[in-house]
Design a protein. Structure first.
Length: 267
């Protein structure tokens, strides 16, 4: 298949393009001919009822799950057959999970580990004091991107859940993403910390394309330029937040599934 191109037909490809993704788990189709395109710097939300296949889609994009058919590009590079690690090298990064943090290390040390692993220089870097200073500076700069620099010296185990989830994002930033996938970053976070999380996400560099799974429509409306609604593994609609929130078809499907979405277009 030919290279993906931007809507203008110009030679600038999307940051991420997925075409015709299919995935079945036994008899259950969880991805059914999914098409998704994220321009550089996109702010794209993925919504849909529980079990729609949102997290599965992130797994398919990152390569942790194998697609049955379809193609995935990062820029103009076909990454369909690449390992998750190779896709990270091409700039496709999902957030680490809280349980992948090192709780007995400090916040800064966690970021330093991610930075040095990404640079592939762990051993040589740790031998050099000069490099260590540089590493610490980069770690602090990365933490500052999510507003965690004041917690740099604290042990991860002392942090509340909200700041731990911010640290997940800092670790992802250490991998220099061009496309960042966030799966419900504010889920389970206390409401005071949820605001901190959302403003940190809003401040992320505008050249990173972000795909965020989120149930809270107030957050979606605040964050997203484009929204894709996934239902039973199929894309029901991709449109602006306003068009999605006033769509009868979306409302019917989303509210009809138990109303777990905090969905009030008047709020
Ligand atoms: N490894 C797996 N093996 C079999 N079925 C799976 C597997 N992972 C997910 N599923 C099923 O695939 C469907 C999609 O799950 P997925 O976790 O992607 O949904 P989701 O949209 O992220 O839901 P939620 O909003 O609850 O997070 C569900 O029916 C789930 O039970
Ligand atoms: Mg999920």
């Amino acid at each position: 298949m030919s290279e993906p191109m931007s809507e203008s037909g110009a030679s600038t490809p999307y940051a991420l393009t997925a075409r015709g993704l299919h995935k079945r788990f036994g008899g259950l189709t969880v991805a059914d001919n999914i098409h998704l395109s994220l321009p550089a710097g996109a702010r794209h939300a993925l919504i849909g009822p529980n079990g729609a296949g949102k997290t599965t889609l992130v797994g398919l994009l990152t390569g942790l799950l194998r697609i049955d058919s379809g193609q995935i590009w990062l820029g103009s590079t076909d990454v369909t057959r690449l390992s998750p690690q190779a896709r990270v090298k091409h700039g496709l990064v999902r957030t680490f999970q809280v349980n992948s943090l090192f709780p007995s290390l400090t916040v800064r040390q966690n970021v330093e580990l991610a930075l040095s692993e990404h640079a592939g220089t762990s051993r040589s870097m740790l031998r050099s004091i000069g490099s260590l200073t540089h590493l610490a500076e980069r770690a602090l700069a990365t933490l500052a991107q999510v507003g965690l620099e004041h917690e740099a010296g604290r042990r991860v185990s002392e942090l509340a859940y909200g700041p731990q989830r911010l640290l997940e994002i800092a670790l992802a930033l250490a991998l220099e993403p061009r496309v960042l996938l966030l799966d419900e970053p504010a889920a389970g976070v206390a409401s005071a910390d949820a605001e901190r999380m959302m403003s940190a996400i809003e401040r992320l560099p505008c050249d990173i394309a972000i795909l965020m799974i989120e149930h809270d429509m107030r957050i979606v409306r605040r964050f997203a330029q484009t929204v894709t609604v996934l239902v039973a593994g199929q894309v029901l609609a991709t449109d602006t937040p306003e068009a999605i929130m006033t769509s009868e078809a979306v409302r019917r499907v989303y509210l009809g599934s138990g109303g777990q979405a905090r969905y009030d277009h008047r709020s």
